[in-house]
Design a protein around this ligand. Structure first.
Ligand code: CTP
Ligand code: MG
Length: 387
């Protein structure tokens, strides 16, 4: 079995938050929870040992148990020590008897892909030595003295930036820890100092360590971007045409237009509301207004645009969608939309629960809209839902 020790007991002095670093939140979840999500999605059976700040032990346990879910039986939470090395040691002492391979992981590397854990574990299996994930160094690195003078430039091709998890055969790691007489910044250094071999596998940029405030912002941006990829975004299109009927009042955009010739139709003829309904239904893949609100349904005889719109929004949201925005363009000689555009947009936005923008145009005297026989409206809608 594989044992994963997640060290999370540091204070995070360089991050500068009042609470320990592992409990600082990124996008509403603690760094500890983010890092444990990868660990608990490993396909092989693992014992997970979380080394938590002594001051927040119970809280850290609660968070870890929640991420572990059904795997909570394979979770142990122990308090850490004053240095990283002592925290790892505390974790090692909690290993189950049947653990053969140990992966030591920094909780601060909260977005390490699960593939990196697997890569390291299988390389330990093969080599029986220490294994570290590493990336090539891209900056030129200088050796300097305490006064800040450059002594020399190091050969970049000989350098590697090292990450976690670092993997080891359990017995060899225990022996190395037992013989350690000084503090090292990572487990591989301690392992090498005991004369044991360490090899490298490919690291991943996502396994960066959250150390400074800038890293935390980068982490926030990563989560936001990932959330976008998990969104299903859809657009829709709708159109409606009604003939003018001067004997009726004009209802357009859910508003009454006194003194303007009205529109013919089974309902109130509000082509603007109807086109928006069609755009929303089309975006959601829910058919169209004719199919949804048949002319035989009493509720819709003479009904105002508002009724159709609210009913459509209910259908679209019931299918799990959020409405991003709606745009509509009225093609007509009259009414003059610009006089009430702000009012229409406010009214429709309130009904839809998202921004609705309305524009208007004429057709240069051409066609039925140009002659003034009727009015046409085109609309688009953008909606999204979680995948
Ligand atoms: N760590 C630990 N126990 C310690 C010190 C560090 O378990 N006494 C853990 C940290 O929680 C972190 C990992 O070791 O997940 C890597 O350490 P680092 O990024 O340096 O974290 P901190 O020591 O907390 O941060 P800082 O050095 O800025 O204080
Ligand atoms: Mg530290």
């Amino acid at each position: 079995m594989i044992g994963v020790i997640v060290v999370a007991a540091g204070s995070g002095s360089r991050l500068g938050h009042p609470e320990p670093k592992a409990l600082v939140e990124v996008a509403g979840r603690s760094i500890l929870e983010h890092s444990l999500r990868a660990v608990f999605s490993m396909p092989s059976a693992v014992q997970v040992i979380v080394v938590a700040p002594r001051s927040h032990l119970d809280f850290a346990r609660e968070l870890a148990v929640a991420v572990a879910g059904a795997a909570a039986g394979h979770l142990t939470v122990v308090p850490g020590g004053p240095t990283r090395q002592q925290s790892v040691l505390a974790g090692l002492s909690a290993l189950d008897d049947d653990v053969r391979i140990v992966l030591v992981h920094d909780a601060a590397r909260a977005f390490t892909p699960v593939a990196q854990f697997e890569r390291v574990a299988s390389a330990v299996e093969m080599t029986r030595g220490g294994v570290i994930p590493a990336l090539p160094v891209t900056d030129t690195i200088k050796l300097t003295d305490a006064a800040g003078s450059v002594i020399r430039t190091l050969d970049r091709s000989e350098l590697a930036a090292v990450q976690t998890p670092q993997g080891f055969p359990r017995d060899r790691l225990m022996a190395a820890y037992a013989s350690a007489t000084q503090e090292y910044t990572d487990d591989a250094a301690l392992f090498s100092a005991a004369g044991l071999p360490v090899s490298m596998v490919a690291g991943d940029v996502l396994a960066f360590k959250i150390t400074t405030a800038w890293d935390l912002r980068r982490a926030e941006a990563l989560v936001a971007e990932a959330a976008q990829h998990l969104q299903e975004v859809r657009t829709g299109v709708g159109m409606d045409v009604h003939a003018f009927d001067a004997t009726r009042p004009l209802w357009l955009g859910g508003l009454l237009w006194p003194g303007e010739p009205g529109l013919a139709g089974h309902s109130d003829g509000d082509a603007l509301c109807h086109a928006i309904c069609d755009a929303l239904l089309s975006a959601a893949g829910l058919g169209d207004i004719g199919a949804r609100f048949g002319t035989t349904d009493d509720r819709f005889i003479g009904a105002h645009g508002d009724v159709f719109l609210l009913e459509t929004v209910a259908l679209v949201t019931a299918a799990g969608f959020r409405i991003g925005n709606v745009a509509a363009q009225v093609v007509a000689r009259h009414p003059k939309l610009s006089t009430r555009r702000i009012e229409i947009e406010a009214h429709l936005s309130a009904l839809v629960g998202a921004p609705v923008s309305v524009s208007a145009t004429t057709t240069d005297g051409l066609g039925f809209t140009g002659r003034g026989d009727g009015l046409a409206v085109m609309s688009t809608a953008l909606i999204s839902r979680d995948r």
